[in-house]
Write a protein that binds this ligand. Sequence first.
Ligand code: PA5
Length: 472
Amino acid sequence: MSSPIRYEFNEARAAISDAHWNELAEPLEEARQEVFADVELFNSGGDVPQEKQPLDAGFIEFPRRLLDEYEKDSSGSLLGRILESGQMLRDELDRLVVLGIGGSYMGMRALFEGLCDPYHNEQPRELRGEIPRLYFEGNNVDNDAAQSLLRLLKTQCKDATDFAQRWGIVVISKSGGTLETALAFRLFREALEEYYGSESREATRYVVPVTGETGKLRDFSNERGYPTAFPIPDGIGGRFSIFTAVGLLPAAAMGIDVVQLLEGAAEMTERFRTAGSGDNPAMDYTAVCHLLEKHAGLKTRILSTWGKALEASGLWYDQLLAESLGKQEKGALPLTVVNTRDLHSRGQQHQEGVRDKLITNIFIEKPNDDLLAIPQVEENRNQDQLNKFAGKTMPEVLRAAFDGTNKAYADVNRPTADLFFPELNAHVLGQFFQMMMLATVLEGRLIGINPYGQPGVEAYKKNMNAILSGEM
Ligand code: PA5
């Protein structure tokens, strides 16, 4: 593995007794074996016992499968077609609207914020690497937000023959029936058809649905004859779908190295399958989180990200953990913070509040960009007294904040663990997403909760539909 992420947990481990740590070894190993037995059962296509339904274990080997197929047939494979379609969107459009919610949205948002310039949309095209601007909608029912984007498209795109004024849609919904996405799709599709002409080639070429093999969106897509549509395979649930076309197609359109992303994910699966304690981030993370929740009451899991680019990755994880394990009145509470920003908001509570929090830091060891350093100024301009730190770089200041915060927590016996990213790139994020998905499934098997499915989400949808239909 070229740049493995590292999970270091000495501080947290010190809060766990040896007896508890050792007792967990066997059940944890059994849970790991169950995860792979699930994969075998899933691959066999055999009957899934009632208590295992739904069984969405398809995500575990999917990255390797995509890569292997691509190696054998680079243009005919699914990945080859995703790359080709991503390239078409990149080459022919200047703005791309991604519609989707939950697992059909948060992964791509994490990739965009993690791997693209934070001011991407504001850059002229040549500084954007000839890559379209990206917008997200359909992830809420927010009149003003949707209206603003529609207005922006209308005012900025007036001449459809001008390449710089062309926009398109990637609409993502596994079920194809999610109201938020369906509603936004109808609105944006109408706007798009009005712009290009409903019978024009562009009206179908610049809409790419990503959806399940059956459902309302699949039906519409077939009927409308969109030339390109991608499947979300059965057996891969929404929040586990980042390495399907759900994440890969918009990522490819944004010029993200999806092969490296998949390599990172596939390598993490292999590490999870083979590595022992101490070098197995998914297993070690699960052990630490589980034991501290069970024996020390640390029911709140803070993902403490050190870098603005990681906030959406944290929110992706919030959904993953909450929807997967928040069942049967169990499941830890996930909470993402971004430091140093949130040291000035939540830090007080983490340091001195209720002792129910485990803090897992994510720290990027090497910035991608040139280093900024504190300039030395004339003494008569040194009222901020920063000359004593002159020459220190931003990463040095951040590292001091990170080490200082960890020490402050250690001094009052607040457990922390650290996930180190050697740098922030597609390969590293591929490892991270797969690690967290594996850890979540592993923990589910360990505590006897089916991590797949989200039956509780159906309640609000049912009520909302009944209210809208006048039945409630
Ligand atoms: O994890 C899940 O399955 C959910 O969060 C879904 O992704 C979300 O509800 C969106 O569903 P769909 O893709 O069917 O529109």
